[in-house]
Design a protein around this ligand. Structure first.
Ligand code: XMP
Length: 430
């Protein structure tokens, strides 16, 4: 192991991630584990320099205060107990108010090295993946999103041709997105990539389907079927790579914290696929996943891309999807992204995209009446996607985007800017 490890044992604190980030900020790698982890499991990590028992408001479970196994005190590394003022527990642990105490614990008591960086993290993970996988094969559903791309980069580095990536193009990807996945992973990283163009199959299934939830279900369900079909053609696969990241685990609930939402990775692949999971990013926060991608040499655009919903442009081509309107969404989205990048807004605005509603309006083109679709531009800022405010986009940028959409996108005669915050609107339209 390259990196020293400080283990945080979760005694019901909601501040575990804050503490882990504080420690990582000081250059020391930190992981959060359940309070009932055994001494043997801790020993197996091989690099534990210190343990912090992190108490908090959820320490009492079913009327009883949870505690660690006494044997962990015998591991020979320093143990510090901390608590948070909100704790409802009668037997309070001491509080941690300042950074100095933490620094003293890390560097004086534990003698930890500040050697947490992405280069070392990748080296550690590559070693662990090789140990776990041996000479067996790993399957990965590579959507082209940040998390699956970074996992793919990591697995290519660790096991090379033993990794089989499957990229399913559901026909609802943004302009050049699937092409970029193939270019980066097959052509540049020489990954073993199966590219499945299932566009026609998805579009056929979605024909005349108007209801947003039904559209989502069809897209998700069909994705699983295509993926399973491809997996069925491969032999000797024992492992499934997953782009699980730390917030996914937290939101799925821990032994002391309640579930926020169940986490479905890779479009909710069924558990009965019967593979062992390889999840090398499961201890990383989103910004660290991006830093890991950069260190692995993935393109900046891929690593810093804005959030994009799993059902893709399918939820931005409102109502029943038609090829004509899907193309209008795809082309207008590409223009918006290009102009936002030119104006430097791609680094400032959290999410920006276009949608095309089902209805038409009257207009004039070449001195003749036309009856065509409209493009709606949406640009929002948010911290956690739970609420969102509107970006006050510079008028000149909006004019330029409008001008280009009206002249370059077929079948469109009107462009609108959505002014609605969330709530009451949601970020997406469907
Ligand atoms: P809403 O529309 O709920 O969106 O305000 C919040 C954030 O989630 C993204 N989003 C999705 N992401 N699958 C995803 O992976 C989905 O079905 C989905 N729906 C919405 C949305 O783009 C926004 O960032």
């Amino acid at each position: 192991m390259k990196q020293d490890l400080i283990v945080i044992l979760d005694l019901g604190s909601t501040q575990n991630t804050v503490l882990a980030r504080e420690i990582r900020k000081l250059g020391v790698y930190s992981e959060i584990h359940p309070h009932d982890i055994t001494a043997q499991e801790l020993q197996a990590f091989g690099n534990v320099k210190g343990i912090i028992l992190n108490g908090g408001e959820n320490r009492v479970v079913d009327g009883q205060a949870v505690d660690v196994r006494p044997e962990i005190y015998g591991l020979g590394c320093p143990v510090m107990s901390v608590d948070h003022p909100m704790s409802k527990c009668a037997t309070q642990l001491p509080q941690l108010p300042d950074g100095k105490t933490l620094e003293k614990f890390l560097f004086e008591d534990c003698r930890a090295q500040a050697n947490w960086n992405m280069k070392n993290f990748i080296e550690d993970q590559v070693g662990l993946i090789r140990q776990q996988v041996g000479d067996k094969k790993v399957l990965l559903a590579l959507s082209g999103g940040v998390d699956s791309s970074v996992v793919a980069g990591m697995l290519v580095k660790a096991v090379g041709q033993q990794l089989v990536c499957v990229h399913v193009n559901h026909g609802l990807m943004r302009k050049n997105e699937s092409e970029s996945v193939v270019k980066v992973f097959r052509d540049e990283l020489h990954a073993n990539l199966v590219y499945v163009d299932a566009s026609e199959r998805f579009l056929a299934k979605l024909e005349n389907v108007q209801d947003p939830e039904q559209k989502r279900k069809i897209i998700g369900g069909e994705f699983i079927r295509v993926f399973e079909e491809e997996a069925g053609k491969l032999e000797g696969i024992e492992f499934l790579g997953q782009g699980t990241i730390y917030p996914d685990i937290i939101e799925s609930g821990t032994k002391t914290a309640k579930m926020v939402k169940s986490h479905h990775n890779v479009g909710g692949l069924p558990e009965d696929l019967k593979f062992q999971l390889v999840e090398p990013l499961k201890q990383l926060f989103k910004d660290e996943v991006r830093a890991c991608g950069v260190e692995l040499g993935l393109p900046h655009d891929m690593v810093y891309r804005q959030p994009f919903p799993g059902p893709g442009l399918g939820v931005r081509c409102l109502g029943a999807i038609t090829r004509e309107r899907l193309e209008a969404v795809r082309e207008s989205d590409a223009i918006l992204r290009e102009e936002f990048a030119k104006a430097g807004l791609d680094k400032k605005v959290w999410q920006y995209f276009t949608v095309v509603p089902e209805f038409k309006s009257v207009g004039m083109k070449n001195n003749a009446r036309v009856f065509e679709y409209m493009v709606i531009i949406r640009a929002i800022n948010t911290i956690d996607a739970m609420t969102a405010s509107i970006e006050k986009v510079d008028w000149d940028v909006l004019e330029k985007v409008t001008e280009r959409i009206l002249s370059e996108v077929e079948g469109v005669n009107r462009v609108c800017y959505d002014m609605s915050p969330k709530p009451p609107a949601t970020i997406e339209f469907e």
